[in-house]
Design a binder for this molecule. Structure first.
Ligand SMILES: [Zn+2]
Length: 291
């Protein structure tokens, strides 16, 4: 499963463990990784299980280690996750959109594409004639260009979600942020050369001024969310659907995940959510001409 120098990897693991103990795993972890990691350097994306981003700044994230116990390795996860308590209205959005700006509701699916769950999500959306927005991770787009094409061909829209789900990307240099976002767009465009990519969602919702600025410079509008059932915590389909249905309102941007771990609960929740939401709201893929 591992690739590259075992010595270097061992050193990295040791460093990451120490970093975790120091409570600064993220910062130190990133320092081990060059800005331009070569394709497949992590060995994660080609593993049988696929990537587990876990949406948290755990010790597994920076080094690209296939996080063993993604949901528990960093203790209680309060920050840095896509669905962290950084919901709309906080001061830390730096202008990122948290609603659609219209009466319509938007479903967003993060961290994919994933061959196990993305096709199921696409099938359900098709069944209810709903278009949504997929916030794809660059390395997953590179590994599954067929799924990216399926997303676009079904009328859904795309959102850049960074190359490797780097929750701390916003703390890096503007050049590092720019190259990460451009690399991600290049992987998406390799699959769908003409598809617009006009949205950017920062992993973990960990917005910073630099990441918002760079995204805008590259023609992408920062996209947050307003309804978050924390499906990445695997609360089960009942809780996911109950949260979405109780919190949905006109203009909501709903955060869901079609990758990054076991997402069968999300798929089942979607099966329950769609009949209700489509009866109450007009659903839309976020437009590719945001103003
Ligand atoms: Zn994410």
């Amino acid at each position: 499963m591992t690739r590259g120098s075992s010595t270097a990897r061992a050193a990295g693991i040791v460093t990451l463990v120490v970093a975790g103990l120091l409570g600064s795993a993220y910062v130190l972890g990133r320092s081990l990784v060059p800005d331009q990691t070569p394709p497949h350097s992590t060995g994660v994306t080609t593993s049988a299980d696929g990537p587990h981003y876990a949406d948290q700044p755990s010790v597994g994230e920076p080094g690209g280690t296939p996080s063993v116990s993604a949901s528990n390795s960093a203790g209680p996860v309060e920050t840095g996750q896509d669905g962290s308590g950084r919901d709309a209205g906080g001061d830390n959005l730096f202008g990122a959109h948290a609603t659609t700006g219209s009466p319509r509701l938007a479903l967003t699916f993060d961290d994919g594409p994933d061959p196990r769950y993305t096709p199921q999500v696409l099938a359900l959306l098709s069944e209810y004639d709903v278009q949504a927005t997929f916030c794809v991770v660059g390395e997953n787009a590179q590994n599954h260009p067929d799924l990216v094409r399926s997303i676009v061909e079904a009328g859904h829209t795309l959102c850049n979600h960074s190359w490797h789900h780097d929750v701390g990307l916003g703390a890096r240099s503007a050049d590092a942020i720019r190259s990460d976002l451009l690399r991600t767009n290049a992987a998406i465009r390799a699959a769908v050369p003409n598809a617009p990519i006009v949205w950017y969602r920062q992993p973990g919702g960990a917005w910073t001024y630099p990441v918002v600025s760079v995204a805008r410079q590259l023609g992408m509008t920062p996209l947050h969310w307003s309804v978050d059932p924390s499906d990445w915590e695997l609360p089960g389909a009942n809780k996911i659907s109950a949260t979405v249905l109780s919190q949905a309102e006109p203009g909501s941007v709903v955060l869901l995940h079609d990758a990054g771990g076991d997402r069968q609960g999300t798929v089942e929740a979607l099966r329950r959510i769609l009949p209700d939401l489509t009866a109450r709201f007009e659903l839309e893929a976020l437009p590719t001409d945001p103003t």
